[in-house]
Design a protein around this ligand. Structure first.
Ligand code: 4NP
Length: 152
C-alpha cells in the first residue's frame, strides 16, 4: 500500500481537491490518499462549497471529507507529502526532524513543471473561476503522479 498526503493551508479548498482527484485516478486497494492543512483554522469542517461544486462537476465527490491539521505523525504514516504551495512546503519542512522526513515532501506542481517551484494559487478569496483553474492544475499534476505510481 502506497500512501500519499496532500497538504494546503486550510484543508478546505486545494488539498481536498487534490485528494479527490488523485483517488479517482488510482485503485483504492493499492493506494491510500489523504489530505491535511498546516493551519488549525478549519479543523472538522467539510471542504469549501466551491471545491465541492467543481469536483462534482467533474464526477468526483469530496463532500464527506473533514479538515484536519498536519501532524508529525504524517511523516511516519505517508510515503509522499505534496505541498500545494511554497509557504505550505516551508511550514511542513519546519516540522521535519530527519533527512528521510524532508525527502518525503514535494511541491505538487513540480510534477507538471519540473523544478519551477510554482504555487497552486490560494483560491479562498477568489471567484469560482479560481477554483476551476486550481482544479485543472491539480488534475494535470495528478495524472502525472498516478501514471508514475503505476509505472505507466
Ligand atoms: P486552502 O485555502 O489552503 O486551499 O484550504 C484556504 C482556506 C482557508 C483560508 C486560507 C486558505 N483561511 O485563511 O481561512
Amino acid at each position: 500500500m502506497s500512501k500519499i498526503l496532500m497538504v494546503c493551508l486550510g484543508n478546505i479548498c486545494r488539498s481536498p481537491l487534490a485528494e479527490g482527484i488523485l483517488q479517482s485516478k488510482l485503485p483504492s486497494q493499492d493506494f491510500f490518499v489523504d489530505s491535511a492543512g498546516t493551519s488549525n483554522y478549519h479543523i472538522g469542517n467539510p471542504p469549501d462549497n466551491r471545491s465541492v461544486n467543481i469536483a462534482r462537476h467533474n464526477d468526483i465527490d469530496i463532500c464527506l471529507q473533514k479538515a484536519r491539521q498536519f501532524t508529525r505523525q504524517d511523516f511516519i504514516d505517508f510515503d509522499v507529502i505534496y505541498a500545494m504551495d511554497n509557504s505550505n512546503l516551508e511550514n511542513i519542512l519546519k516540522l521535519a526532524h530527519t533527512k528521510e522526513e524532508r525527502n518525503k515532501v514535494k511541491l505538487i506542481l513540480n510534477e507538471s513543471f519540473p523544478n519551477a517551484n510554482k504555487d497552486v494559487p490560494d483560491p479562498y478569496y477568489d471567484s469560482n473561476k479560481g477554483f476551476e483553474i486550481v482544479f485543472n492544475m491539480l488534475d494535470n499534476a495528478c495524472t502525472i503522479i498516478a501514471n508514475r505510481l503505476q509505472n505507466k
